[in-house]
Write a protein that binds this ligand. Structure first.
Ligand code: HPA
Ligand code: ZN
Length: 380
């Protein structure tokens, strides 16, 4: 399934690496602002404080950063240049993306690499007025290359702590790769136990990602039960490519607090009604769904139909470096394609705060900030 070569951490490379963040022109090759003229409603969305609840940090690695890290870490990539890599971003389904996504992640070896990747994402999120983010990471992608989970978490945490000072609060969610065995997930969970303790302010949950078809949530019932027993938050990708039955399994067997994607729930009216009644949120990623051919056109996206039925849908970027946009781009494309109005956009943004894993006081403060922006009410 994987196409990339495995790389162990070179013995000679144990020294801390110099941050490439000292050279913004290298890490930020594309302008954060575009000159596109947006409608007043799109501008209102762009300026609104927002959350992001579905972002794989390894999916925020822009091609330029992949090549810089490959050079810094002496990792041989199966792509000759940035352009060749970018040209490969023509996905036909989830698996065709995952093969390239895992190849891209193979450049991550040191704490500094995880820091640089996370800081680059934080800059983009702040530029989009994301004020709270809940980030996924895939430890098994790194441990299989000899990189300890603690190295990944330490680098991600250092960047997130810095970003917090700049107005971006965050949580971290450890995802199990569903194409691997449950035994592997259990071993990963056991290895991460000290980290859940050490980083309890940040590392607050577990999730389930990677190849969906043929790997139903039921395969991971035991490891999710263990995570639940520890009081961790639970999420799972379900109903992206997989059928509605996978969403039922995520709810009934894994007992998730949120469903990632979940767009195929629309095929089952009873499931839609249940999601609406229970307000279990869906973290929808419109540009991802478009790029992975879940829908052949954004006008066919089910987000608005789900919203109309009372489902707590949110808008997120998934793997923004691969799918053509960060959070604001996802809103812009969706509001255009589905002709979303002011009230619908307010509801979606608010859903993102309602569904966040923050304290009730933090949630109230986030919603007050949204209201101040949206309705001109003073934030208190
Ligand atoms: N789906 C499943 N696994 C993933 C994804 C996704 O969209 N992105 C990164 N891992
Ligand atoms: Zn995802």
């Amino acid at each position: 399934m994987r196409t990339h070569t495995r790389h162990k951490v070179p013995e000679s490379q144990t020294e801390p690496q110099q941050s490439i963040f000292t050279a913004p022109s290298m890490t930020d090759p594309e302008p954060l602002m575009t000159t596109t003229i947006r409608s007043p409603l799109a501008q209102k969305v762009a300026g609104a404080p927002k959350s992001e609840l579905h972002i794989h940090i390894e999916g925020s690695l822009e091609p330029e950063l992949i090549f810089q890290l490959a050079q810094r870490n002496h990792v041989q990539l199966p792509y000759a240049s940035i352009d060749t890599l970018r040209a490969a971003y023509a996905f036909t389904d989830l698996q065709s993306f995952l093969d390239i996504y895992y190849a891209g992640a193979s450049v991550l070896l040191h704490e500094q690499d995880f820091y640089d990747m996370t800081m680059a994402y934080a800059e983009r999120a702040l530029a989009d007025n994301v004020v709270h983010t809940e980030i996924f990471f895939d430890p098994q992608t790194h441990t299989e290359r000899g990189v300890p989970i603690a190295t990944a978490v330490a680098g991600i945490e250092r960047a997130l702590a810095e970003a917090e000072q700049r107005g971006l609060s965050s949580k971290l969610i450890l995802c199990f790769l569903r194409h691997l065995s449950e035994a592997d997930a259990l071993a990963t969970f056991e290895a991460a136990l000290p980290l859940f303790e050490q980083y309890q302010h940040r590392l607050i949950g577990v999730g389930l990602d990677s190849s969906e078809r043929g790997h139903p949530p039921s395969k991971f019932e035991r490891v999710f039960a263990k995570a639940r027993a520890l009081g961790l938050k639970l999420v799972a990708h379900a109903g992206e490519e997989g059928p509605p039955s996978y969403i039922y399994e995520a709810l009934d067997l894994l007992k998730v607090d949120r469903v990632d994607h979940g767009v195929r729930s629309i095929e089952d009216p009873a499931l839609v009604a249940r999601l609406a009644d229970t307000r279990v949120a869906l973290t929808v990623c419109p540009l991802s769904n478009l790029k992975l051919c879940v829908f052949d056109d954004l006008t066919k996206h089910t987000l608005k139909a789900l919203l109309d039925k009372g489902v707590a849908v949110t808008v997120n970027s998934d793997d923004p470096a691969y799918f053509g946009g960060y959070v604001n781009d996802n809103y812009f494309a969706t509001l255009d394609a589905l002709q979303l109005n002011d009230a619908e956009l307010y509801t979606i943004i608010r859903n993102g705060f309602e569904a966040s894993f923050v304290t009730p006081a933090e949630r109230a403060a986030l919603i007050a900030r949204l209201d101040a922006h949206w309705h001109g009410k003073p934030a208190h």
